[in-house]
Design a protein around this ligand. Structure first.
Ligand SMILES: [Zn+2]
Length: 174
């Protein structure tokens, strides 16, 4: 009988309260067991995190932007720390960014000129979703500047994200 009464009192709120009290009173034990759990489930957690990021990308980007503007000095400090920890990666990524953007810039200038001269016609509807509006040229491969996919801003940003993720995976696989 006593047990049954106890069980009835053992509400989710009580459980949470008790768990929180335990966590407060045993910070070392909690840290250790969290650490063990994380180490044992690294792949699973990484996958969950990636899924969460994909599902909440807009909110995450927005939060990062808010944080950046709220504490620009903190953001700069974090970047500086990351660079100090990853000296090769920092230089490499800046170099890659510059190379990629120089080529992009050249291609964009070229296409803009061609459109202005009427040699390339910019369509008025998206080639993917058929929406009319502002249509942007997408290049899958900047070494083939005339191979343009014309997309609305929405389809373009979706494709760009997918493409960026794909590229990242390819680079990791190397
Ligand atoms: Zn579209």
């Amino acid at each position: 009988m006593i047990d049954a009464e106890r069980a009835k009192e053992w509400t989710p709120e009580k459980q949470r309260e008790c768990r929180n009290r335990y966590r407060e009173n045993n910070p070392d034990k909690v840290r250790e067991s969290d650490f063990k759990y994380k180490r044992a489930n690294r792949e699973k957690l990484r996958l969950l995190q990636a899924e969460y990021r994909a599902a909440n990308r807009d909110a995450i980007v927005e939060k990062r932007r808010r944080d950046y503007y709220a504490h620009p000095e903190k953001a700069a400090e974090a970047t500086r720390k990351w660079r100090a920890k990853n000296p090769d990666k920092g230089v490499e990524s800046v170099g890659r960014w510059q190379r990629a953007h120089r080529e992009k810039q050249r291609v964009h200038n070229f296409i803009c000129r061609q459109v202005r001269l009427g040699r390339i016609i910019r369509p008025v509807i998206c080639s993917k979703c058929q929406t009319a509006g502002r249509i942007e040229g997408h290049h899958e491969d900047y070494s083939r500047p005339l191979k343009i996919v014309w997309l609305c801003q929405k389809c373009h940003s979706v494709l760009r994200r997918k493409y960026a993720a794909l590229k990242l995976r390819e680079e990791k696989g190397k």
